[in-house]
Ligand binder design. Structure first.
Ligand code: GLU
Length: 411
């Protein structure tokens, strides 16, 4: 099942629970717009290499499209559309005035030099310029894109416009109109939701054991903030493999090690990514790529609680089984929404040219995340036996469908 089929399956399942009409479901399955672009890059050796890039805009009824851009060798158009659809639900669930968008370039960024990456980024943004804009569609970081990528994007767009447009992307460096607290926001949101979820099932977060797959921006900040909250991070992995220490891993030391060696591997006793997912832990957090918990390994997952920090890490088939095995499976559209929430704050600050301090950013993030969690709990209790994802989806769908009804279909 490709990610788009997976997203449609999730949509159908929750739409059925609220008796959504078939034509509305059809409307929501089809993205508003998808642009596929050729990205020719002059490589350092003088040869031209062609990459493919996509920007999908899923549903704009609640506001401008919003979502990250990922650089990954496995990017496909179907995946980008699915990710854009998840952004629509995510923004609606936390009630920020955006529709879902997503971009992707099919490239292995680790094989490109910094200069090549800069040229790729600038050409990609130029190619999608006709459909993006601060009032239209606002990109942000995702897998293997970061603050520097956003700075190049902002510069390219601004140079083409003839004036600086900070609100064209979020996740920028603070020096260029980025928001304080944006880089830690997704991880902070994951940690807040993990804390609330633990409370909900009567688990004490103090000394709870945690395994995290992925040690990029999201994995690192999730680990760091959960560690601050008193949890014990016992296993962490990246694309090259993982490490385990039952006494607890010191997150900052691990980060320093990864910066020096390019991977977490070697920091402590080694385990594979597969083994990490199957560990007997209180909390398992997949924070890397999609589809890692599937039909073939779901029966081996032993965690009490699974928190989806990545987008789409559990296939719908596996999720049903996992829901029976675990006490709580927290859906991505809630767990990782902290990133786009602070992106929203960043965009508001850019438009107002008035910047907040870290205390305000974190306080408002906390409020939005906790409210969304409580709303999800309420819907879950109302409906009785449904997946946590369905509860989250029902809230999002109701908001999107209401906006669609109010706006009507043109002409
Ligand atoms: N890429 C992130 C996500 O999947 C952040 C998107 C944004 O900030 O617009 O939610």
């Amino acid at each position: 099942m490709n990610p788009y089929e997976m997203a449609c399956r999730q949509l159908e399942r929750s739409a059925e629970l609220i008796d959504l009409k078939e034509d509305v479901v059809e409307y929501l399955k089809v993205p508003d717009r998808v642009l596929k672009v050729k990205i020719p890059v002059k490589m350092d050796n003088g040869r031209i290499k062609i990459f493919l890039g996509y920007r999908a805009q899923h549903c704009g009824v609640r506001g401008p499209y919003k979502g990250g851009v990922r650089y990954h060798p496995d990017v496909t158009m179907e995946e980008v559309i699915a990710l854009a659809m998840w952004m629509t639900w995510k923004c609606a669930l936390v009630n920020i005035p955006f529709g879902g968008g997503k971009g992707g370039v099919r490239v292995n960024p680790k094989e490109l030099s910094k200069n090549e990456l800069e040229r790729l980024t600038r050409r990609f943004i130029t190619a999608i310029m006709p459909i993006i804009g601060a009032e239209r569609d606002i990109p942000a970081p995702d897998i293997y894109t970061d603050e520097q990528t956003m700075a190049w994007m902002m510069d390219t767009y601004s140079v083409n416009k003839g004036y600086t447009v900070p609100g064209i992307v979020t996740g920028k460096p603070v020096e260029l109109g980025g928001s304080v607290g944006r880089s830690s926001a997704t991880g902070r949101g994951v940690a807040i939701i993990t804390r609330e979820s633990a409370k909900a099932i009567g688990m004490n977060l103090k000394d709870a054991s945690v395994a995290i797959q992925g040690f990029g921006n999201v994995g690192y900040w999730t680990a760091k903030i959960l560690e601050e909250m008193g949890a014990r991070i016992i296993a962490v992995s990246d694309s090259k493999g993982g490490v385990v220490d039952y006494d607890g891993i010191d997150v900052n030391s691990l980060k320093e090690y990864k910066v020096r060696h390019g991977s977490v591997v070697g920091f402590a006793e080694e385990i594979s990514n597969e083994e990490l997912l199957e560990m007997k832990v209180d909390i398992l957090i997949p924070a890397a790529i999609g589809g890692v918990i599937h039909r073939d390994n779901v029966d081996k997952v032993k965690a009490r609680m699974v928190v989806e920090a990545a987008n789409g890490p559990i296939t719908p088939e596996a999720e049903k089984k996992l829901d029976k095995r675990c006490e709580l499976v927290v859906p991505d559209i809630l767990a990782n929404a902290g990133g786009v929430v602070v992106s929203y704050f960043e965009w508001v600050q850019d438009l107002e040219r008035y910047f907040w301090d870290l205390e305000r950013v974190n306080k408002e993030l906390e409020r939005i995340m906790v409210n969304a969690f409580r709303e999800m709990m309420k819907v879950k209790n109302e409906f009785g036996y449904i997946l946590w994802r369905d509860a989250a989806m029902i809230i999002a769908l109701r908001r999107v469908v209401k906006a669609l009804e109010l706006r009507g279909i043109f002409p």
